[in-house]
Design a protein. Structure first.
Length: 224
C-alpha cells in the first residue's frame, strides 16, 4: 500500500467532526499514517469514498488490506494495537467511565450535531442554540465536570484532560470543543464552574489540534 502501515481517509477538516477524532488521537499518540482527504458535499463525494471504503463514509482506516470504518471503532483499534500509549485509563473504573462517556458522545447529542454543526475555522456567535441543542450541551458539560473532578484531577499524570492524560474520550469530545467556540456558547449558563472552559483550552492548545485547524484554514483557502 505504502511505506505507512496505516492510511486514514478523512473529509474536510473544517466540517468533518468524525474525521477529526481518529486523526487527532493518532497524531497525539505519534502513530505515523498516510492521510488521504476527500472533499465533502460534492457530486462525486460518495463515489470517491466508495473507491476506498465500502461503507461509503469517512473516516476509514486502511490497515493490512482491511478497511475499518467508524470513528470510535478506529480509536478502539488504535488503543488496542498500542496499549503502551495509554489511550484508555489504566484504572478499571476510570476506563469503564471513559468508555461510557465516549459511547454517549458517539451515539447521542443529535440535536447539538444538527443545530450546531462543526465549523472549525468559522465564527457564528449565538446561532443554532436551540433549546434542545443547549440541553445536549448542558449534559456534555456535566460529563466533563464529573470526569475531571473524580478522575482527571486525581490522576498522577493530570494534563488537564477528562481522565488526566489525553485519550479516546478526549478525541471523541474534541469536535464539541470547537462547536462551543464557533457558536460562543455561554458555558456558565449551562452549569460550567470553569472546568469546561479550562478543558476546552487544553484541547485547543494541543499541537495536534492546532495542526488540524491550520489544515482546515489551508483547505478553505484552496477552495476560494
Amino acid at each position: 500500500m505504502s511505506a505507512f502501515e496505516f492510511e486514514l481517509l478523512i473529509g474536510d477538516k473544517n466540517y468533518s467532526s468524525w474525521s477529526l477524532r481518529p486523526w487527532l488521537l493518532m497524531r497525539y499518540a505519534g502513530i505515523p499514517f498516510k492521510e488521504a482527504s476527500i472533499r465533502l458535499r460534492q457530486e462525486d463525494t460518495k463515489a470517491q469514498i466508495l473507491a476506498h471504503a465500502p461503507g461509503g463514509q469517512v473516516p476509514a482506516l486502511k490497515w493490512r488490506g482491511a478497511v475499518i470504518g467508524d470513528s470510535l471503532a478506529i480509536c478502539e483499534t488504535i488503543a488496542d494495537l498500542f496499549p503502551a500509549k495509554g489511550l484508555w485509563p489504566a484504572d478499571s473504573l476510570a476506563r469503564a467511565v471513559a468508555r461510557s462517556a465516549a459511547a454517549e458522545m458517539h451515539s447521542g447529542f443529535q440535536d447539538l450535531r444538527r443545530d450546531m454543526p462543526m465549523a472549525v475555522i468559522e465564527s457564528h456567535p449565538g446561532e443554532g442554540q436551540s433549546e434542545a441543542a443547549l440541553a445536549n450541551a448542558k449534559r456534555i458539560i456535566a460529563i466533563w465536570r464529573a470526569a475531571r473532578e473524580r478522575f482527571g484531577r486525581q490522576s498522577a499524570q493530570d494534563q488537564g484532560f477528562l481522565f488526566g492524560r489525553f485519550g479516546v474520550a478526549d478525541a471523541m469530545y474534541a469536535p464539541v470543543v470547537t462547536r462551543f467556540r464557533t457558536y460562543e456558547t455561554d458555558l456558565a449558563a449551562l452549569g460550567d464552574d470553569g472546568t469546561a472552559r479550562a478543558y476546552m483550552e487544553a484541547i485547543l492548545t494541543l499541537p495536534a489540534m492546532r495542526d488540524w485547524i491550520a489544515g482546515a484554514e489551508e483547505e478553505e483557502k484552496a477552495k476560494a
